[in-house]
Design a protein around this ligand. Structure first.
Ligand SMILES: [Zn+2]
Length: 110
């Protein structure tokens, strides 16, 4: 398989996984996209109801890490739904939510 095909396949799988996890956590009406960011893994925009992952970062990560990246952003979405903007984006509440949905992110150890 050539590299481009391989990359496409990884992105496809990541998108399928993101969609599945977003639906599971009641974000059916949210959208998922890839972005071209180089210095971040992903983003969560609750106005646009949009979760993005960095195309470049997804390609070079293993499956477990991709899942954590998705869950990290889902935790932001759930945190916003629950607390709006009253809490810090990586604060105590976010950590609780992230842990409860099975995210093993290095930020959780802070
Ligand atoms: Zn974050």
């Amino acid at each position: 398989m050539d590299l481009q095909k391989h990359e496409k396949l990884i992105l496809q799988k990541a998108e399928t996984l993101a969609r599945k996890l977003m639906d599971k956590h009641e974000l059916e009406n949210w959208l998922f996209k890839f972005d071209n960011a180089k210095n971040s893994f992903g983003s969560c925009n609750s106005h646009k109801k949009l979760i993005t992952l960095s195309r470049q970062n997804v390609i070079y990560k293993d499956r477990g890490r991709i899942k954590d990246m998705i869950l990290h952003e889902i935790a932001h979405a759930l945190n916003r739904k629950k607390y709006s903007y009253q809490v810090q984006s990586h604060g105590h509440e976010w950590k609780q939510i992230a842990k409860s949905i099975g995210c093993y992110d290095e930020l959780l150890d802070w």
